[in-house]
Design a protein around this ligand. Structure first.
Ligand SMILES: [Zn+2]
Length: 193
């Protein structure tokens, strides 16, 4: 695996496309922002990972940057267990309307898969697939697993895959641990008074 891809996976990207786009506005836990959409290498890694071809980077960056706050708001809506607004559904439908074709394809190991391919590849297809990855999660079972890390310096959005849907932090070792330390210090301070 090349270094870029390794870092991409290590950062927690590469599982759910729309969450990758939301989290491309990446806070380090202390409120410092890295905007991965501004980084050509990151965008190319994303495109390669999800097997997109033919999307010009500039146009893609512009469109993803524009749609990102809407996707984050939808994540908040889901996180708060509220239904999507008509405007949010209309926005998703705008992207979902991009036409595709189904085609049967034989893989190298003699398996058959039905692929859904764009009529025209380009940034619109990336947006359509991003919207589709979100739309497929709009069911009660999956919706309640969409969570936002409660560390205000982080805000990472993730899909909780634990059996009991009990995950609270993006990462117990970073944000979870910082919270533990913070509460410990607060207790110490309180008992010192
Ligand atoms: Zn976090």
């Amino acid at each position: 695996m090349d270094k870029q891809k390794e870092q991409f996976i290590k950062d927690g990207f590469g599982h759910i496309l729309w969450l990758d786009i939301v989290n491309s506005e990446h806070y380090d836990g202390f409120g410092n922002l890295t905007d991965h959409l501004a980084d050509d290498a990151w965008l190319q890694t994303l495109l390669a990972h999800y097997q997109f071809t033919g999307a010009p980077l500039e146009a893609l960056r512009r469109e993803l940057t524009a749609v990102r706050p809407h996707f984050r708001r939808i994540a908040q809506t889901l996180n708060q267990n509220r239904p999507l607004t008509d405007e949010e559904i209309a926005l998703l439908n705008e992207y979902l309307a991009e036409p595709g074709i189904r085609a049967l394809h034989r893989t190298a190991v003699e398996e058959y898969v039905v692929e859904y391919r764009p009529v025209q590849s380009g940034w619109r297809w990336v947006l359509a697939e991003t919207a589709a990855s979100l739309a497929h999660m709009l069911n009660p079972k999956q919706q309640k697993r969409i969570k936002i890390c409660p560390n205000p310096g982080c805000n990472w959005v993730f899909f909780d895959q634990t059996k009991g849907n009990s995950r609270r932090w993006c990462n117990d070792l970073t944000c979870g641990n910082r919270d533990k330390v913070r509460r410990f210090r607060a207790r110490q301070k309180a008992s010192a008074v």
